[in-house]
Write a protein that binds this ligand. Structure first.
Ligand code: AMP
Length: 453
């Protein structure tokens, strides 16, 4: 359907050159639709989730529009902020600015990223030299405004990226303050993975006669992501996770937890068991988060465990698998989490471990994504399950099942520094275990039985 090329979109040769170097051949649907609208100067409301190529959808036409302002002058006055991209998290901020830099590398346009959690003084000198494209988290941008290290009176284009997340994270007051500092005469673009009523209200407030585009069905999850739910007692999740990791040939797995505490605890537990794992969440310093992410991207860490905040900015090429150790209570977060895999047309697997207590959230998710996710009852090897120390006083439902030994996976297991020892006393409830539909996986298949109800 989409046979146009980037050259058809009237982008300058220096931009096309950078795209070719990035390995982009054809525009993604959101790019094909958004780029002409932005070049035309219209406001835009785009429903596009992460992984669809939405960053280039706004960054490329912005660069094209700003090209006449590119200057070799060293005077800061010649490099005022002309495009402001507001994003909810530091990780996303870094990611977006990295993309902008890559697309702008053959132009004289400058970009910079500012976010909280790091010493503001380290950002000030860079801001003072002047930048045309500023990517910022709202709070830190306002700090710079207060310190008079940035001026926003020449902003021509404003982008609100992941606007739904901005609202979820309570950025509305900050956004209003920032918007009041911008010229009235400007172009505004809003990107959101979900189209809630709040988002519609925000767009009515901040956009003028916007063009609306929606590349995926509202609240749809990426079609190339195979989704699957394992129904499992909370206390058995750890053992099942270990089994899934052992059984998978994925080289990188992103695991989500609901809380920072669980993320840290799980990372430590997995490390103790010899799994190369690390946690990434808001309680860690920016340096620690960057180091964990870099190690994961470089393949030095195989399992990265994060909370929803971490979900937003992570752009890891070819991330094959996401596991929800706990499913989110806000169904939109599920869409965001699984959007970490299956990016830019690649296929991915998203597995959710759902305890009986979480089944109500699962129903909400299924309502939002408008389809039922394939479910399996997970029966976890007893010995492995016992290794998780359930918090005192908590009661967990366990499956009552006859004994049946778990299969041993032969050969070296890349997930584990220690040799893999099969859990003994693994059990199945039913004589006919089903193989998961997504990927042949003997170990998992052997410990799972299809839900009977
Ligand atoms: P985004 O949705 O902007 O986070 O982009 C998701 C991923 O797709 C990033 O890794 C981009 O580098 C990549 N990407 C974006 N546009 C294209 C394209 N036209 N062709 C190939 N990859 C792309």
């Amino acid at each position: 359907m989409n046979t146009i090329s980037f050259a058809d979109l009237n982008l300058a040769p220096e931009i096309l050159k950078a795209l070719a170097e990035s390995g982009y051949i054809t525009p993604t649907p959101v790019q094909a639709q958004a780029i002409p609208i932005v070049l035309e100067g219209r406001d835009l409301m785009a429903g596009a989730q992460t992984g669809t190529g939405k960053t280039a959808a706004f960054a490329l036409p912005i660069l094209q529009k700003l090209l006449p302002h590119a200057s070799t002058s060293t005077s800061p006055a010649r490099h005022p902020v002309r495009a402001l991209v507001l994003v909810p998290t530091r990780e996303l901020a870094i990611q977006v600015e990295e993309s902008v830099k890559a697309y702008a590398k053959h132009t004289r346009l400058r970009s910079l990223v500012v976010f909280g959690g790091v010493d503001i003084k380290t950002q000030t000198p860079h801001l003072k030299t002047g930048v045309e494209i500023l990517v910022a988290t709202p709070g830190r941008l306002l700090d710079h405004v207060e310190q008079k290290t940035v001026q926003l009176n020449q902003v021509q284009v404003l982008v609100l990226d992941e606007a739904d997340r901005m609202l979820d994270m309570g950025f509305m007051p900050d956004l209003k303050r920032i918007l009041a500092l911008l010229p009235k005469q400007r172009q505004s673009l809003m990107f959101s993975a979900t189209f809630s009523n709040e988002i519609k209200k925000l767009s009515a407030e901040f956009l003028i006669n916007p063009k609306l585009i929606e590349v995926a069905r509202s609240n749809a999850t990426a079609e190339n992501v195979t989704q699957k739910v394992y129904l499992v007692a909370q206390a058995d999740k750890h053992a099942l996770l270990v089994q899934l990791l052992r059984g998978s040939d994925a080289t990188q797995v992103l695991v989500f937890t609901k809380t920072k505490i669980t993320a840290s605890r799980l990372a430590k537990q997995l490390q103790r068991e010899g799994v190369s794992a690390d946690a990434i969440h808001g309680d860690k310093s920016q340096l620690e988060r960057m180091q964990a992410l870099d190690a994961f991207k470089q393949g030095k860490v195989a399992v990265l465990i994060g909370t929803d905040v971490a979900a937003r900015g992570l752009d890891i090429d070819q991330l094959p698998m996401v596991i929800n150790y706990e499913i989110p209570s806000a169904p939109e977060d599920y869409v965001h989490r699984i959007g970490r895999t299956g990016r830019a047309g690649a296929s991915g697997t998203a597995i959710s471990l759902v305890s009986p207590e979480e089944e109500k959230y699962l129903k909400e998710i299924e309502k939002l994504i408008k389809h039922e996710i394939q479910k399996e009852n997970a029966v976890v090897p007893r010995q492995a399950a016992r290794t998780e120390s359930a918090p005192r006083g908590e009661h967990y439902e366990r499956s009552h099942v006859p004994h049946h030994a778990a299969p041993k996976k032969p050969g070296h297991d890349p997930w584990f520094d220690k040799p893999y020892e099969p859990a003994i006393g693994a059990t199945t409830e039913n004589k006919q275990p089903e193989r998961p539909a997504s990927k042949p996986n003997k170990e998992v298949a052997a410990i799972l039985v299809r839900r009977q109800s």
